[in-house]
Design a protein around this ligand. Structure first.
Ligand SMILES: [Zn+2]
Length: 69
C-alpha cells in the first residue's frame, strides 16, 4: 500500500470537508435576524404595529418595516 497516496487522499477529503463546512456554516450563520412583520414610525420608533397599513398615532405617518436597529 502506498502510504503517500493514502495521505494525499485523506488530506484532500479533509480539505474538501472543511471547505464545505466553511461555506455552508457561513450561509447558515448569516441569516438576517429580522423580526419580520413589525412596522414602526420613522419619526417615533416606539410606535410599532404588526399591521402594514397602520399609521403612527402621533404624526399619522405610514409605518415602515423594521428600520430601527
Ligand atoms: Zn410618528
Amino acid at each position: 500500500m502506498d502510504i503517500t497516496a493514502l495521505g494525499v487522499t485523506v488530506g484532500g477529503v479533509v480539505l474538501m470537508g472543511l471547505t464545505l463546512w466553511f461555506f455552508f456554516g457561513k450561509q447558515g450563520g448569516s441569516r438576517p435576524a429580522r423580526d419580520g412583520g413589525l412596522y414602526s414610525c420613522p419619526m417615533h420608533p416606539w410606535i410599532t404595529s404588526n399591521d402594514p397599513t397602520a399609521e403612527c398615532s402621533i404624526c399619522g405617518m405610514k409605518l415602515v418595516r423594521g428600520t430601527q436597529k
